[in-house]
Design a protein around this ligand. Structure first.
Ligand code: ADP
Ligand code: MG
Length: 626
C-alpha cells in the first residue's frame, strides 16, 4: 500500500514549537479538537469555492462533510474531511514549517500567549501542531482535488516526519491521532461531542460522530435579529474569532437596497497587535449566498479595521469572483463603504450609550482609528467623532471627545487647541499651556506621537480649526481690558520696551545658528522662553518623529527646520540677562544658549547633550564662585 517513504527533519522553529506543545502545554487540551475541525472546515470551504468554477474536480460527487471516528480499544481519534486535500508538496510546506512566523520573537510571543491561554494557539496559525498535545503519533492521509496520488504524513513530533505515497484514498484529509495515555478521554464519544457543541457548532458543514450528526448547519447572519439569542451571537463570535471570551461590541446589520448585505461584526476584547506580534490578519470573512468566497478578506473592510471579526454576506456579488477580481470590484468597494460607515456609526452610538465602556474600547483599539484618520480620507469625519484625548479639563485617564471640547469652548474661542507631550504632568508644567491656564481655555493633550499627525490630517472638527499650541502665529483672543493695558505706556514702560528690543537684537545674533528669530512673547506668563514653530503644519512632536524615522532609515543630514524663540519680558532671568549682556557679554551668551537649549528640551526636541552639560557646568561654576 505504501511506498517510497521519505523522512524529513522539521525546520528548527517547528521543532521548538513542537517541543513547547508536547512538553509544556497541558491545560485546555480540548483546543486541539477545535483546531483540527476548523482546518477541516477551511478545506471544505476551499473545495466548495473551487468547484463553483473548476470543471475538473476530483471526486466531485462526494458530500462535503466532516466525519469523526473513535476507537476506545486502539486509543485513536480520527477526523476526516472531504475537503480540498493536499498534494505531496503542500504536505511538506504546510505541515513541516510554520507559515506565519515572520518575526524573530514569534516563538517567544507564542509561548507567552499560549501559557496564558492555550486557545490562542490558533491565532498564531499553528493550530495543526496542537494535535501533539494529545497524540503520541499523528498520521495525515490526504489526497488533493487535483487528482494526484494520495500521501501519508506521519510524525511523533520529536524532530522528523515521513511522507509516503498511499493509494486508494478519496479526496480530502484524514487525521489519525494515537492518543497519549493520559489523553484517552478523547476516544470517548461524550467527550468529543461536548467539545464540538462548545466550539464548533457553527461549522457550516455537517459533522458526523459515530454516524450521527452533531451540529446544526446554519448561517446565523442570514437569520433575523429577533430570532437570534444573545448566547447564539456569543457562541458564533467565539467560533469565527477563535475566541474564548465574549465580544466587546457586536453589530448585526442587514440591508436590502441598494445592496443586499448581511453583516455580523464583532469587536474582540483583546488587541493582538498589542501583544507584539506584527500586523494581525483581517478577521472578517466574505460570503456570497452563504458560500465563503474570501476568508480573512483584505478587501471587504479598510485595512485599519483589521481587528474586527465576523462575516459579510452579499447576494449581489458574483459567486465565481476570484480573489484578485475582488480587489478592484466596484461593488465590493460600495459594500465596504456602506459597512464601514455603519460600523463607525454604531461605535458612536455605543459611545453615547455607555461612555465608560467606549473608553475601554478606545484604550484597546483607538490606535486603529488613529491609523484610519491618517490613512483614509474617506471616513475622516466619522472617525473625528470617535477620537478621544486627554485635556486640561479632563480627569487623568479619562479622555474627552472633540464634541465635548467644542461644547465647553469659550464664546469668543474659534479654534481647538492641542499640545503634545510625554505625559500630563510635563505638559501642565511646560510653557505652552501658561496662557491657556490664565484664560481658562481648554487644551487637548496629545500624549502619543501619532496624535499630532491625526489632528493635522483631520484639519478641523465641526468647523473649528485644530491648532497646535506650539505654533508661532497662535493668537489667543484678548479681552478689552488687556488691549487697553497694552496701549497705556508710561515712560518707564517705554524704556523697558527699548531694552527688550535691544536684548532681542543681541540674542538674535548670538543664536543665529540655532533659531530663525527671537521675539517678545505675548503668551508666556512665568517661563522665561519657549520654542514655537513657524511652519503651520509641522509641530515639534511631528518633527521629533520624522527625525527618528530619518535616523532609523539611516538618512543623513536634513537638518530640522529652524524654530523661533519667544522670550518673556516679565521674567526675571530675561530682565537680568539684559543687564548682564552689558557687563559680561561672553557669559551672557552662554546663558542665552542655555535658555535656548532648555526651551528646546521643553519642546521635546533634541539638543547636543555634551555641549549642553559642559556649558551648564561653566554657568554653575560661576554661580558658586560669586
Ligand atoms: P492555519 O489553519 O492557521 O493555516 P494550521 O497549523 O492549522 O494553520 O494549518 C496549516 C496548514 O495546513 C493550513 O493552512 C492548510 O493549508 C493545511 N491543512 C491543515 N489541515 C488541513 C486539512 N484538513 N485539509 C487541507 N489542508 C489542511
Ligand atoms: Mg488552522
Amino acid at each position: 500500500m505504501t511506498a517510497e517513504k521519505t523522512t524529513f527533519e522539521f525546520k528548527t522553529e517547528t521543532k521548538k514549537l513542537l517541543d513547547i506543545v508536547i512538553n509544556s502545554l497541558y491545560t485546555e487540551r480540548d483546543v486541539f479538537v477545535r483546531e483540527l475541525i476548523s482546518n477541516a472546515a477551511d478545506a471544505l470551504e476551499k473545495i466548495r469555492h473551487e468547484s463553483i468554477t473548476a470543471t475538473d474536480v476530483f471526486d466531485d460527487d462526494l458530500p462535503l462533510e466532516i466525519t469523526i471516528e473513535l476507537d476506545e480499544e486502539k486509543n485513536t481519534l480520527a477526523i476526516s474531511d472531504t475537503g480540498i486535500g493536499m498534494t505531496r508538496e503542500e504536505l511538506e510546506n504546510n505541515l513541516g514549517t510554520i507559515a506565519h512566523s515572520g518575526s524573530s520573537s514569534f516563538l517567544e510571543d507564542l509561548v507567552e500567549a499560549a501559557q496564558k491561554d492555550v486557545s490562542l494557539i490558533g491565532q498564531f496559525g499553528v493550530g495543526f501542531y496542537s494535535a501533539f498535545m494529545a497524540g503520541t503519533t499523528v498520521r495525515v492521509q490526504t489526497r488533493s482535488w487535483d487528482k494526484s496520488e494520495g500521501n501519508e504524513w506521519v510524525s511523533d513530533g520529536a524532530g522528523s516526519y515521513s511522507i509516503s505515497e498511499m493509494t486508494g484514498l478519496h479526496r480530502g484529509t484524514k487525521i489519525i491521532i494515537e492518543l497519549k495515555d493520559d489523553a484517552k478521554d478523547y476516544a470517548q464519544q461524550w467527550k468529543i461531542s461536548s467539545i464540538i457543541k462548545q466550539y464548533s457548532s457553527f461549522v457550516s458543514f455537517p459533522i458526523k460522530l459515530g454516524g450521527e450528526l452533531v451540529n446544526t448547519v446554519q448561517a446565523l447572519w442570514t437569520k433575523s435579529r429577533n430570532e437570534i439569542t444573545t448566547e447564539e451571537y456569543t457562541d458564533f463570535y467565539k467560533f469565527v474569532a477563535n475566541a474564548t471570551t465574549d465580544p466587546m461590541y457586536q453589530l448585526h446589520f442587514s440591508a436590502d437596497a441598494p445592496l443586499a448585505i448581511n453583516a455580523l461584526l464583532f469587536v474582540p476584547t483583546e488587541n493582538f497587535e498589542g501583544f507584539g506580534f506584527g500586523k494581525v490578519e483581517p478577521g472578517v470573512n466574505l460570503y456570497c449566498q452563504r458560500i465563503l468566497i474570501d476568508q480573512h478578506s483584505k478587501t471587504i473592510l479598510p485595512e485599519w479595521l483589521r481587528f474586527l471579526k465576523g462575516v459579510v454576506d452579499s447576494e449581489d456579488l458574483p459567486l465565481n469572483i476570484s480573489r484578485q477580481a475582488l480587489q478592484d470590484n466596484a461593488l465590493v468597494a460600495k459594500i465596504r463603504k456602506v459597512i464601514t460607515k455603519r460600523f463607525l456609526k454604531h461605535l458612536n452610538e455605543q459611545a453615547k450609550k455607555d461612555p465608560e465602556k467606549y473608553l475601554e474600547f478606545w484604550a484597546t483599539f483607538g490606535i486603529y482609528l488613529k491609523e484610519g484618520a491618517t490613512s483614509d480620507y474617506e471616513y475622516q469625519k466619522e472617525i473625528g467623532k470617535l477620537l478621544r484625548f486627554e485635556s486640561s479639563k479632563s480627569d487623568e485617564g479619562k479622555p474627552v471627545s472633540l464634541a465635548d471640547y467644542v461644547l465647553r469652548m469659550n464664546p469668543d474661542q474659534e479654534e481647538i487647541y492641542f499640545i503634545n507631550g510625554p505625559n500630563r504632568a510635563s505638559i501642565a508644567a511646560g510653557p505652552y499651556v501658561e496662557m491657556f491656564k490664565e484664560k481658562d481655555i481648554e487644551i487637548l493633550y496629545t500624549l502619543e506621537p501619532i496624535d499630532d499627525f491625526v489632528l493635522n490630517h483631520l484639519g478641523e472638527f465641526d468647523g473649528k480649526k485644530l491648532v497646535s499650541a506650539d505654533r508661532a502665529d497662535l493668537s489667543l483672543a484678548k479681552d478689552e481690558k488687556e488691549e487697553k493695558d497694552e496701549e497705556k505706556t508710561t515712560d518707564e514702560e517705554k524704556q523697558a520696551g527699548e531694552d527688550m528690543d535691544a536684548l532681542i537684537k543681541w540674542m538674535q545674533e548670538v543664536l543665529a545658528d540655532n533659531v530663525s528669530e527671537v521675539s517678545i512673547s505675548k503668551r508666556l506668563v512665568d517661563a522665561p522662553a519657549m520654542i514655537v514653530n513657524p511652519d503651520s503644519y509641522m509641530t515639534s512632536s511631528m518633527e521629533r518623529i520624522m527625525a527618528a524615522n530619518r535616523k532609523d532609515q539611516g538618512i543623513p543630514g536634513m537638518e530640522a527646520s529652524k524654530k523661533k524663540l519667544e522670550i518673556n519680558p516679565k521674567n526675571d532671568l530675561i530682565v537680568k540677562l539684559f543687564e548682564l549682556q552689558k557687563s559680561d557679554v561672553e557669559f551672557a551668551a552662554q546663558v542665552a544658549h542655555q535658555i535656548h537649549d532648555n526651551a528646546m528640551i521643553q519642546a521635546g526636541l533634541i539638543v547636543d547633550p555634551l555641549e549642553m552639560v559642559e556649558r551648564n557646568y561653566k554657568i554653575l561654576t560661576r554661580v558658586v564662585q560669586s
